[in-house]
Design a protein around this ligand. Structure first.
Ligand code: THU
Length: 131
């Protein structure tokens, strides 16, 4: 199994930049590319609520904007007080967004307190919609 220590640290760094004045639920994500580069994202909330972007999709947008296309894993940390007992699972929209760009064996690394759980994308999002 890969060592995701640096990826998890990057997700925690991004969580520190989270803008979540409405939910106070701070999320950070770090997306690892096949070339080893890491792109970070955090949730960015909005007074209209609907304009909020999740941390995972912020990381995806950052990586795609930089020209990346091949991804290995994403680490996600979320919680009301910058750490949490329960891991923050990605929402349905973010799972769909990941399935657009990532293979079934892409790793989703979930961190809460000192525990880490790794799920394959096809376990959390089987039979995703594709055109
Ligand atoms: N959030 C994420 O950043 N990622 C998810 O997968 C689920 C939810 C954010 C959106 C919102 O800012 C806050 O968590 C509470 O829903």
């Amino acid at each position: 199994m890969r060592d995701y220590t640096l990826l998890i640290e990057s997700a925690k760094e991004a969580q520190g930049n989270s803008y979540a004045p409405y939910s106070n639920y701070n999320v950070g994500a770090a997306l690892l590319c096949e070339n080893g580069k890491i792109y970070k994202g955090c949730n960015v909330e909005n007074a209209s609520y609907g304009a909020t972007i999740c941390a995972e999709r912020a990381a995806i947008a950052s990586a795609i904007s930089a020209g990346e296309r091949k991804f290995v894993a994403i680490a996600i940390v979320g919680g009301e007080h910058m750490s949490s007992e329960a891991p923050a699972f990605p929402c349905g929209i973010c799972r769909q967004a990941l399935s657009e760009l990532c293979d079934d064996d892409f790793d989703i690394v979930l961190c809460s307190d000192d525990k880490t759980k790794i799920y394959k994308l096809d376990k959390l999002f089987p039979n995703g919609f594709k055109l």
